[in-house]
Design a protein around this ligand. Structure first.
Ligand code: FAD
Length: 678
């Protein structure tokens, strides 16, 4: 009998998805195991040492607003913060932070180890333990039936009985545990797999290739085979990373310096201080010689020699990709980004490559200022298996396998932030499932996380999926400044937001409501206008400050200066003017709060219009398609439509409408037959 441990939730892989998943499940009161190949590499940043960026920063804010940890960890180890896109509209402002890569791992592990109920284990998971029907379950050390966690012990909670009956009725199998390479068995009520690029990973560097999960770590081959045995559809994807340099061999004075923001904008709504010393990055460009070298050797790049079958990320292309696809461009920009405060290692952002090492060496040296640079690590590409996410439902549970959840790069995404937001959703849902409670899902109108999951489960992906603000239908609603208003009440209900954070959230909301009210009531007075350098404005008589703010040329900052005395009179608003004048984070936080109020006022008409469209979308989402619906029995539904719908088995009419190629006529047939077959 194998040595067996028993948990409520087991999470495989301590990458960016796994850490969020395990933390969420443990915070929701469940005994959670986080099993990973190497405990020293928890939350390893496989590629760039940075978190956030356009749309990715939105995802981090959403994870944080729900009660996740990525934002706080990045804030604690951030060495350069920038709020991107501030010259454009507020929908696309997004925070980004360069992080100390080694400290990110250390901090994440500290946070995980500090969480009661969370047990970290180092092991390779090689197989799943399945319950394929009565009498087939493995017996635990005490001869007790294993693998049902709280649900059987409690025998209560809505839906427990019906769901287990359902498993048998639908003939579904259930994952009840994991087998580890060292012979252990680990039983769990729910299992979340977050293995990133490790499933059958194959590294390519020029003509060389070898199995690996990422540089320096073994591939996960046996677990890959186990998932294939389950019959899940898989896909082969690839991604790549640039070489790393020794900063002591870079002539820094030859590059343009790019400092961070003077007042850093943290990711987390709960962060009070940025503690790390801040550094600069540097901007650089390729030369004609760099381009010539790449063109001459492109046939030796794993990507172009036909050696790689996997599809790469269109939006994070390799340098050879850029040169082939944009032959007329005479130079390409890249960034020199330090990997930490206690290392000389430098990441070359924008120079991802799978050219042979010798070509990489010459390519780097073709750039003035890098002509004597030493390469510490080569760039490489990695091919790996991902699971077709149309196999999943909205809670990220595998539709054909009860108790099994997938999150992160395994679902076809690329990026730490895309992984983290799936991780927290999978962790929450696995916990709810074990407790016998209804799943927590987010729709497209509530967050980028909802958009990402909806896109994946409705369309799948045949290239690494990355988040963009353009994927959102209602992006002015999905801003970084209101992620807490959109999601923190959910996080609180789920048990992920503690009392202190909730009290601060409520104070902030009260402050913003009070500010909006004041702006709507108080009439503009000429003296205050002059004092705020707004004296040039005309036809202001009788206007409120809110009406004035609707003018495109008026921003909130001078208005706040003009209203300083009024703000001081109301205790809830005084903080806008008086709090910590020497505290950069507080300054940024209050400025961003005031800007959020400005956005709500300035774009009120547009936001109201969008609200109407949101209601329409929600109405379509409210029409559920029952699991038992037989598409084959719908007369008039073409074979093509039937196949598309059967492949995804959408949960709502709204989701069905987003399956590529499904027509409005097919939708109305489905709609009618829900009533007929019901
Ligand atoms: P990972 O962070 O990969 O974590 C997976 C975890 O699972 C690891 O801890 C591993 O040890 C563990 N594990 C795997 N198999 C097992 C097993 N059988 N048993 C136990 N533990 C297991 N993203 C971008 O946005 N842009 C890029 O340009 C980019 N380039 C990349 C280049 C490379 C070479 C690589 C490797 C990744 C790149 N990424 C890039 C992707 C980014 O690293 C991932 O999207 C992100 O790390 C995914 O997070 P995850 O949690 O899904 O998986």
């Amino acid at each position: 009998m194998a040595f067996t441990e028993q948990y409520d939730v087991a999470v495989v892989g301590a990458g960016h998805a796994g850490c969020e998943a395990a933390m969420a499940a443990a915070r929701m009161g469940l005994k959670t195991a986080l099993i990973t190949m190497n405990m020293d590499l928890i939350a390893q940043m496989s590629c760039n040492p940075a978190v956030g960026g356009v749309a990715k920063g939105h995802l981090v804010r959403e994870v944080d607003a729900l009660g996740g940890i990525m934002g706080e960890v990045a804030d604690a180890v951030g060495i350069q913060f920038r709020l991107l896109n501030t010259s454009r509209g507020p929908a696309v402002w997004s925070p980004r932070a360069q992080c100390d890569k080694a400290q990110y791992r250390v901090k994440m592990r500290e946070v995980l180890e500090g969480q009661p109920g969370l047990h970290i284990r180092q092991a390779e998971v090689v197989d799943l333990v399945l319950d394929e029907g009565p009498g087939t379950r493995d017996q635990g050390p005490e001869g007790r039936e294993q693998g049902t966690g709280n649900r059987e012990q409690e025998g209560k909670g809505q839906g427990v009985g019906s769901r287990e009956q359902g498993v048998e009725e639908r003939g579904r199998r259930q994952v009840v545990g994991l087998r580890l390479r060292d012979g252990r068995q680990l039983m769990a009520g729910a299992t979340i797999i977050t293995t990133g690029t490790f499933l059958n990973g194959l590294i390519h560097c020029g003509e060389e290739r070898y199995p690996a999960g990422r540089s320096g770590e073994p591939a996960s081959v046996l677990l890959g085979e186990a998932l294939r045995r389950l019959g899940l559809r898989t896909c082969r994807l690839k991604t790549g990373t640039p070489p790393r340099l020794d900063g002591r061999t870079i002539k820094w004075h030859m590059f343009e310096e790019q400092p961070g923001d003077a007042d850093p904008t943290p990711f987390s709504f709960r962060t009070k201080k940025i503690v790390q010393p801040q550094i600069s990055c540097h901007i650089a460009f390729t030369t004609p010689e760099t381009l010539r070298l790449i063109r001459e050797n492109v046939h030796r790049s794993a990507m172009y020699s036909g050696q790689i079958e996997g599809v790469g990320p269109r939006y994070c292309p390799s340098i050879e990709d850029k040169i082939v696809k944009f032959p007329d461009k005479t130079q390409h920009q890249f960034f020199l980004e330090p990997e930490g405060l206690n290392t000389h290692e430098v990441y070359i952002n924008g120079m991802s490559t799978s050219l042979p090492m010798e070509v990489q060496w010459r390519m780097v040296h073709s750039i003035p200022g890098l002509d004597e640079a030493e390469l510490l690590r080569p760039g490489y590409a990695i091919e790996y298996d991902s699971v077709d996410a149309t196999e999943l439902d909205r809670s990220l549970q595998v539709k054909s396998m009860e108790g099994l959840y997938l999150a992160g790069q395994i679902n076809g995404t690329s990026g730490y932030e895309e992984a983290a937001c799936q991780g927290i959703m999978a962790g929450i849902n696995a916990a709810l499932w074990v407790k016998g409670e209804a799943p927590f899902t987010m729709d497209r109108t509530e967050g980028y996380t909802g958009i990402l999951i909806d896109d994946l489960i409705s369309k799948g992906t045949n290239e690494p999926y990355r988040m963009f603000t353009s994927r959102a239908e209602f992006r002015l609603h999905l801003r970084i400044d209101n992620a807490d208003r959109r999601l923190t009440p959910y996080g609180r209900k789920l048990g992920l937001i503690n009392d202190e954070a909730w009290a601060e959230y409520e104070q902030k909301q009260a402050r913003m409501v009070a500010l909006e009210k004041l702006l709507n009531i108080r009439k503009v007075d000429a003296e205050a206008l002059n004092a705020a350098d707004l004296g040039g404005l005309t036809a202001v008589a009788g206007l409120t400050w809110a009406q004035l703010l609707k003018r495109p040329e008026v921003t909130i900052e001078p208005v706040m200066r003009a209203l300083a005395e009024d703000l001081r009179k109301e205790p809830v608003l005084a903080e806008f003017v008086d709090r910590h004048p020497d505290d950069a984070v507080a300054r940024a936080a209050f400025r961003n709060e005031a800007r959020a109020v400005e956005t709500e006022i300035k774009f009120a008409g547009y936001l109201d219009q969008q609200k109407k469209s949101i209601e329409k979308l929600k109405a379509a989402e409210a029409v559920s398609i029952p699991e038992w619906l037989e598409y084959g029995a719908i007369s008039g539904l073409s074979r093509e439509m039937r196949e598309k719908l059967e492949r995804v088995r959408p949960q709502t009419i709204g989701q069905a409408s987003r399956i590529p190629g499904v027509t409005p006529a097919a939708l109305s047939l489905v709609h009618v037959s829900i009533r007929l077959q019901g």
